[in-house]
Design a protein around this ligand. Structure first.
Ligand code: NDP
Length: 282
């Protein structure tokens, strides 16, 4: 598996497996199938309410801990202040059955994320989080955090897909030493992604599916990506992207389908600031 090296020195697989919207009952099997398919990076979050099931699958897999790369995320409610965030980390680690995390992320740029970041810096210094990062930070919020913190986030996990490519933001992150990670690589199928004529034509040229073209396109851009599927055949398909290469012309044609707009919502929309900022995870 191809990997990137984070600013923390940690090696991170470039393709991983995400479990958002996989309910707790289905998660253990999905993660077991993903590990069997060869995924080693698993991406969950306290807000997904399936950390315990992820933990059971990890324990049952028998895969040595050092071969895995486990990410979870701190929810908005686990602030203000460092103490609340540290308690939330302990709860997540306990649910996952792990004594350290490979990557711990501030899930949303809302509330007291500076307090959360100070807690994450402490967890990183203590070796409990091998790398720390953020998610859904727009360029202004990311730069402000970098300017006013001791540790630069190793990762910013944001929506990236063919319709929201964020090349300028990736350039800014690279300059700051922040690794970009894509969530929603298929835009969950929105805007007709799985029937897109440009992606289909490129796929036909390579003898690959649209999903594989999208994952390969992200890998060639140096974007870490965590596709989600509950179907073993798709898990394998989404991982089988290391034995072909897109040409410069194919990359350029995919670049041209960019709509430069989120396929979900803008994290700066006041409606979402209220909805996500006040959502509670039991
Ligand atoms: P994706 O873009 O990965 O799309 C997932 C959808 O695509 C599912 O409906 C899946 O269906 C389908 N699919 C997967 N593979 C294929 C394939 N080969 N062919 C056809 N359809 C396919 O969306 P997600 O929102 O799940 O994003 C991925 C991960 O990113 C999440 O699981 C989560 O870990 C993370 N994430 C993080 C967020 C954040 O705020 N930080 C927000 C959202 C996601 P099926 O399962 O039936 O195969």
């Amino acid at each position: 598996m191809q990997a990137v090296t984070l600013s923390s020195g940690t090696s991170m697989p470039i393709v991983g497996f995400g479990v958002f919207q996989v309910d707790d009952g289905a998660t253990e099997q999905a993660v077991a199938d993903a590990l069997a398919a060869g995924y080693r990076l698993i991406d969950t979050a306290a807000a997904y309410r399936n950390e315990a099931a992820v933990g059971r699958a990890i324990a049952a897999s028998g895969i040595p801990r050092e071969e895995l790369f486990i990410t979870t995320k701190l929810w908005v409610q686990d602030a203000p202040g460092e103490a609340n965030a540290l308690r939330a980390f302990d709860a997540s680690a306990t649910r996952l059955g792990l004594d350290y995390l490979d990557l711990y992320l501030v899930h949303q740029p809302y509330g007291d994320y500076y307090g959360e970041w100070r807690a994450l810096q402490r967890l990183h210094a203590e070796g409990l989080a091998r790398a720390i990062g953020v998610s859904n930070f727009m360029p202004d919020r990311l730069l402000d955090l970098v300017l006013h913190s001791d540790v630069v986030p190793a990762v910013n996990q944001v929506e990236v897909n063919p319709y929201y490519q964020r090349a300028d933001e990736q350039a800014q992150m690279t300059e700051l030493g922040v690794q970009i990670q894509s969530w929603g690589p298929f835009a969950e199928g929105r805007n007709g992604l799985f029937t897109d004529p440009v992606l289909r034509a490129v796929g036909d040229e390579c003898g690959r599916s649209i999903a594989q073209v999208v994952i390969r396109w992200l890998v060639q851009r140096g974007v870490v990506v965590i596709p989600k599927s509950v179907r073993p055949e798709r898990m394998a398909e989404n991982l089988a992207v290391f034995d072909f290469e897109l040409t410069a012309d194919q990359m350029a044609r995919i670049a041209a389908v960019d709509l430069a707009a989120s396929q979900f919502f803008d994290h700066r929309d006041p409606h979402m600031v209220r909805e996500l900022g006040t959502a509670r995870v039991d």
